[in-house]
Design a protein around this ligand. Structure first.
Ligand SMILES: [Zn+2]
Length: 460
């Protein structure tokens, strides 16, 4: 049975430019319990042939491309942005609303679901998608980033800079070191109750198989830009050794859990800001047949993001998808797409929405500003999202001032629609051969001359 003919697991796939789409697809088939078969359904989704990727257009003289990722739960038209539901929920928003706004897939964090409710519960429910009432493709990370972030007390990779002195005992000010790495895995202290736990390649694979997402990531050692060159080399070797172990355990679990839909495994590339290490990681991991795709991970200095992505995509096999982990700012998304990243994820659009920040083509603004108190227009004129179609700036302003939860819901719907729609629009322009013009127009409006976040490169 192919994904296209499966009446149970296919999510309706948003078509065209999500920015201009106002028609909600039919609700997906939901509430499939315990992975049980429905009448007439066969267990034929477990084979690796149920996952695939096809390039449908390429940027001239760059690594950027448009494509289609095929999963047992539906297709993803790439490039695409995957909103993050850390604990199996995009905070404050229903999965149905995520589908309506054009989201094609959702990503959840293995570490957080390991902590609560535990992967066995999600497995018993029938997997992440069934558990959270999302019929489309799902993605989980390996838990490595969260676990290792405990080690240095940093939250966001992209916020790091390499400008300070490099040292391997780097730790953010006032944070206790909560994780310790060895060649076999990581010991870490839970952020909730302080108990000690162990993650390794095998443990991460078992957790992610229980979570049941369509795409999962190999367990890797995520370093910071502040680590020394020699430490980056050791971490790269460790990540490669763990990659081999992940593939072995993944293949064992795939055979053991033949009643479940196939889960694709992506290898994760590290190497920080070093060109030779990034290219080596891409060549070494790219040569492993056991990977269905690749995650572009680790510490990335914002100003060289596009260049670093291009080092990796130069070396990676063309016929497998690439996911750039943890970015969503418009200039970063353009740099990623242009240089050959196919999918993206980040908590940022929903996180900033809860803090009253609203994305618009003219940049981000704060809806709590007094000038919106009597502004009865939409958050962004012309935006087709549910919030802008039904609610005013004055109302969302009021909700924030009154500390009402609906403020977060309405802002998140808009910001996720904006980000998903921006990457969908990049796809349309890539197909139409107008990507460069679109990038120029969008970025010069979003980051006008004099804007503190205006990219140093990329805008003429
Ligand atoms: Zn809107």
């Amino acid at each position: 049975m192919t994904a296209a003919s499966d009446p149970v697991n296919d999510a309706p796939v948003p078509s065209g430019n999500a920015i201009t789409s106002t028609v909600a697809p039919n609700p997906p088939a939901l509430h499939r319990r315990g992975g049980a078969l429905l009448p007439g359904e066969r267990h034929s989704q477990n084979g690796r042939e149920n996952f695939g990727f096809e390039v449908v257009a390429e940027l001239p003289e760059r690594n950027g491309r448009a494509g289609v990722i095929r999963t047992p739960h539906g297709d993803m038209l790439t490039p695409c942005f995957t909103p993050v539901g850390t604990k199996a929920t995009v905070k404050t928003v229903l999965p149905e609303q995520m589908l309506q706004m054009g989201a094609q897939a959702l990503l959840a964090n293995a570490y957080h679901l390991y902590v609560q409710p535990g992967p066995a519960i999600v497995d018993e429910a029938g997997g992440l998608g069934v558990f959270m009432n999302w019929a489309g493709p799902t993605v989980t990370d390996s838990g490595g980033f969260q676990v290792l972030s405990l080690g240095v007390g940093f939250k966001k990779v992209i916020a790091m800079t390499a400008e300070t002195v490099q040292r391997d005992d780097v730790i953010a000010d006032k944070h206790e070191r909560l994780a310790h790495v060895d060649d076999d895995g990581v010991w870490f202290k839970l952020h909730t109750d302080g108990t000690m736990h162990r993650f390794s390649a095998e443990i991460s694979m078992r957790i992610q198989h229980q979570l049941g997402a369509d795409i999962m990531f190999a367990f890797d050692e995520c370093t910071t830009l502040l680590n020394t060159r020699s430490y980056q080399e050791r971490a790269l070797q460790r990540t490669y050794d763990w990659a081999l172990r992940c593939i072995t355990e993944h293949e064992r679990l795939t055979a053991e859990r033949a009643h479940r839909p196939y889960q694709a495994l992506f290898g994760v590339l590290q190497g920080a800001q070093y060109e030779d290490l990034r290219r080596k990681a891409a060549r070494d991991l790219g040569a492993l047949d056991g990977f269905d795709g690749f995650g572009l991970g680790g510490a990335l200095d914002k100003h060289s993001l596009g260049m670093i992505v291009s080092w990796m995509t130069d070396e990676l096999p063309r016929d497998k998808p690439r996911h750039l982990l943890g970015i969503s700012e418009p200039d970063d998304l353009f740099a990623g797409v242009e240089n050959g990243a196919d999918t993206f994820d980040c908590v940022q659009p929903s996180r900033v929405a809860r803090n009253a920040a609203i994305y618009s083509p003219d940049g981000r603004f704060n809806i709590t500003n007094a000038r919106f108190k009597r502004d009865f227009g939409p958050l962004v004129p012309g935006c087709a999202c549910y919030t802008c179609s039904h609610y005013s700036r004055a109302y969302v302003h009021h909700l924030h001032k009154a500390k009402e939860g609906l403020a977060s819901t309405l802002g998140t719907i808009h910001n996720e629609h904006f980000t998903v729609g921006l990457v969908a629009a990049m796809r349309e322009h890539l197909l139409a051969g107008t990507f460069a013009e679109f990038k120029q127009d969008f970025l010069s409006r979003f980051y006008p001359v004099g804007h503190p976040s205006r990219p140093v490169t990329g805008i003429v």
